[in-house]
Each structure stands twice: as C-alpha cells, then as structure tokens.
Design a protein around this ligand. Structure first.
Ligand SMILES: O=C(O)CCC(=O)C(=O)O
Ligand SMILES: [Fe+2]
Length: 364
C-alpha cells in the first residue's frame, strides 16, 4: 500500500467508442521505474519484445557531400538504397551544432528530474484529447495495454499554434528556447532532405517540398522518456506504428538500443548512435512518392538498467493541403489525400497490429 501512495497518475483524456471525452488515470512510468514495479496493465500480449540487438548496420548519409556538385549524385544513390531498404536513415555533417543537441538533452533531463507536481505545473493543463502536454497520449480505451513511456508533446509550428494552451514547460526556463533552436535548424535539414529524397527516386526536386510552407507547415515536438524497466521482456516502450508525418527527425540520448524497425519479417534494432540524428519516412512521403519510398513500421522497447530519451520532430504540410502522388507510369498506386483527412483517419484507427492506416490512401 505504501508504494501505491507514492505513484502519481496522469489524467489522460481520450475519446471513447461513443465519441465521448473520457478521463482516465494512468500511472506515471517514472514513478513505477523508481519503485521497480510493473503493474499488469503494462503487460503486452502476445509479448513480442525482442531485446536482442541484431548485427544490422547502415552508413550515415553525409549531408556535406549532398551539398556538393560532385558528391551529390553518389550520396543520392546511397540515400535511395538505405531509405528504400529501411524507411529511415541517419545523417552526419548536417550542420546542426552538437551544442544545440546538448542543450536539448539538458533541458529534457532537467524537466523530467523535477518532482511530479512541478512537472505538472510547469506544463499546465490541457483540456482535450489532442495529445499535447505532459502525460500519456494516443490512448483509446481502458482495455488497451499501457506502454512503458512518459511523454511531453508540443506544437512548434506554425509559430504560436499552442500559445493559447500552456503546453510548453516554463520550467526549466530555457526549455522552450532550446527546443525551438533544434526545431529551427532541424527544419532546414528536413527541407534539404525533402528535395534530396525526391531526386533520389528520380523525381522533380520539388515533388515533396512543394507542399510545405514556411508559415503554415506543422512541426510537432514529442519528447519520449522510457525509464529503466524491471521487465522489458513483457512490456513495450512504444507499440508498433508508422509516423503520421512526412518526415520525422529524431535524436536520442541515455541509451541507443531502444528503437526497432520491422524489416525482412523480423524486428531489428536500428543502428543509431546516441546524439546523432535519424530521419524517419512517414506515411505522407509514402503517399507523395506513390509508394516508391515507404514509411517504416517501428516500435520502441524498454531497457532493464537504463532510461532512454528520444526527441522527435514530426514535419508535415498544413492540414488543408491536398497531396498528390508523383505519377510513376500508367496508373498510380496511391490516391490524392487531404493531409487533415489522412491524419483524422490515422488517429482514429491507431494503434493497429499491422501497417494498416496507409490503406486509406491506396487503391485496393
Ligand atoms: O523513441 C524512439 O526512438 C522512437 C519514437 C517514435 O517512434 C515516435 O515518437 O514516433
Ligand atoms: Fe515513430
């Protein structure tokens, strides 16, 4: 009993099957980790966690080479090959100063080190199920197994989109400037990669970038914290999913073996070093590229003796934009979709046991 009193709870809001807004209390994983407790709601069935890192390796895309006339073609070939195989790739020489990422790590750690009540008051409350703020998100029903994760989510673009909601922590005070710095430079990197990816599959340079607008495109920031877990073999850090973005830029720290991708009929640990950048292809690029690029089916596993953090920037065109697959021949495999319609469909359906949401944009 004594232990139970020391576990705080997130008030998690979700829309139930009847369309009603519900609130449920979900234990704060950081507290469970401190007490080394794994309640039954966290047990995933069937247990599919594969904590064994495989020997996979892929080389990082060298953005300095992409920026040279002589190196670009070769690097684009490498990009097409790695991205085609994995639905994701790592980058180096991207120009994002390591100090920017160090500051992100610092403020994220400082935030999670605050006592629960201070974390809560730092972020404030949010009143609907829009997945923003500190707590648990993407929750569907009381019967859903819980993931071993605490999260913090904010909208960084369009600028001012969450100013009315108090979802940016005000403690530590430099949290928002540090993250916004990462977003500002991260966006430049992603804009470059949108063009490179289009060229890599022999399409017009602007095939993907033309849907983005500096003033209205969206960037959501998600900080994922997977505290050390007493039973990583029976639970999951984050259930399998694709990202509902065009591209997602990620960095991670604390540990590096948490992210897995489903490839060649098995889950493989992504070869992604701490403090480096990973770019993940989301469903919207799969649609825009008419399936020539595919979004990765990914998940995160918890780890026994170390906590892990990842910070993800989800980049996508404005909700009202209609994206049209590049034409690859006689007939397209994917349909035109309005971004907002796709997102509504995606979040209504998720989580799914297999890669399903994308069928919404596919012929047959
Ligand atoms: O923690 C990670 O490495 C991945 C997180 C992720 O897939 C997500 O936030 O969508
Ligand atoms: Fe993801």
């Amino acid at each position: 009993m004594e232990n139970i009193e020391r576990i705080h709870h997130h008030d998690t809001k979700f829309i139930d099957q009847n369309g009603h807004l519900q609130t449920i209390k979900i234990p704060v994983v950081q507290d469970l980790a401190r007490l080394k407790i794994l309640p039954g709601e966290f047990i995933q069935n069937p247990v599919a966690a594969n904590p064994f890192p495989s020997h996979a390796f892929f080389d990082a895309i060298d953005m300095a080479k992409l920026r040279t006339r002589s190196g670009r073609i070769k690097e684009l070939r490498k990009l097409a090959s790695i991205c085609g195989e994995w639905g994701m790739f790592t980058i180096r020489n991207h120009g994002l100063d390591p100090r920017v990422l160090e500051e992100v790590e610092q403020v994220v750690r400082n935030f999670f080190e605050l006592p629960f009540e201070d974390k809560k008051s730092s972020v404030g409350t949010y009143t609907d199920a829009d997945n923003m703020g500190y707590g648990r998100n993407f929750f569907k029903s009381q019967h859903q197994p819980l993931d071993w994760i605490d999260r913090l989510a904010m909208k960084a673009a369009p600028v001012g989109s969450t100013d009315a909601l108090r979802v940016w922590p005000n403690n530590p005070p430099n949290f928002r400037p540090a993250l916004e710095n990462y977003v500002r430079i991260g966006r430049q990197v992603l804009d470059e990669l949108l063009e490179a990816l289009a060229e890599a599959i022999s399409c017009d340079t602007h095939s993907f970038s033309r849907y983005f607008d500096p003033n209205t495109s969206e960037i959501n920031v998600r900080v994922n914290y997977y505290p050390s877990c007493p039973r990583p073999d029976v639970t999951m850090g984050l259930v399998p999913h694709t990202d509902a973005s065009a591209l997602t830029l990620l960095t991670q720290f604390g540990s590096q073996n948490g992210l897995q991708v489903f490839k060649d009929s098995q889950w493989i640990t992504v070869p992604w070093p701490c403090h480096s950048l990973l770019v993940n292809v989301g469903d919207l690029i799969e649609i825009m590229s008419d399936g020539m690029l595919h979004s990765s089916w990914q998940r995160a596993v918890a780890q026994p003796d170390t906590g892990r953090f990842s910070v993800a920037l989800f980049y996508r065109p404005p909700r009202g934009v209609e994206i049209e697959p590049v034409s690859g021949g006689e007939s397209n495999k994917y349909k035109k979709v309005v971004v907002g319609d796709y997102l509504d469909h995606f979040y209504k359906l998720s989580p799914t046991p297999t890669k399903q949401a994308i069928m919404f944009a596919k012929f047959n």
